[in-house]
Design a protein. Structure first.
Length: 217
């Protein structure tokens, strides 16, 4: 089984839905240690993405869809999350190029490039209490699943589960980047909103894969 444009667009639609569903939660998380606009900004961005998704050509590749997300988020999302996630999707698009079908190795390349894009833009490391604390374990888990011979659904499931654990693990951390870093020890006990939203996006990818038809069907 490989995953193509149908999976990618389903992932994007599920991402928009889950961001909308958890908008209030993300606003609350960000209000506790940041500006309070993370959920609103992401919801606005993915709503704008949905408005453009049907304009993709019939022969669009997964990379084309990811690039659409990237450019839309960068142009419509305020704060740090727009440039960070926009760069993540842009680098992911570059990693898969014009491949029409993505196998496990391609998914690892996609996730790795996305994570590296966030690092490039935000200069954060694991343990800094940022979205990197969700993306890095997701990449590691996906790579391990591929090494174990798992199929694409299992690869993305492993990534999503690791991202969820990573987001939860930000709660006891002291923030070293962004506005939350100004709080010092007062940020302890609060989950990073960027890590939480990243875990939601990766869960959407796994859910889309679990419901996706195999290539050729």
């Amino acid at each position: 089984m490989t995953l193509g444009i149908d999976w990618t667009t389903d992932w994007i639609r599920r991402s928009a839905a889950v961001v909308s569903e958890h908008r209030g939660e993300l606003i609350t998380l960000d209000r506790e240690i940041g500006d309070g606009d993370h959920g609103e900004n992401l919801d606005r961005g993915f709503t704008a993405v949905l408005a453009k998704l049907d304009d993709l050509p019939a022969d669009a590749s997964p990379g084309d869809a990811l690039k659409l997300v990237a450019t839309t988020l960068i142009s419509t999302v305020g704060g740090a999350s727009g440039p960070l996630l926009g760069t993540a999707y842009l680098k992911a698009a570059g990693a898969v190029g014009q491949e029409k079908e993505l196998d496990g190795a391609a998914l690892v390349a996609l996730l790795t490039a996305a994570r590296d894009g966030v690092v490039l833009r935000g200069k954060a490391e694991p343990g800094d209490k940022t979205m990197i604390d969700a993306w890095t374990p997701a990449v590691d888990a996906a790579a391990a699943a591929v090494a174990d011979g798992k199929d694409e659904v299992a690869v993305l499931e492993a990534a999503a589960a690791a991202a969820e654990q990573g987001a939860e693990a930000t709660e006891p951390l002291v923030a070293r980047k962004g506005r939350a870093s100004y709080l010092g020890d007062r940020a302890i006990g609060h989950r990073d909103p960027g890590a939480q939203s990243s875990s939601l996006l990766l869960r959407a990818a796994a859910d889309a894969a679990a419901g996706a038809p195999s290539a050729g069907q």
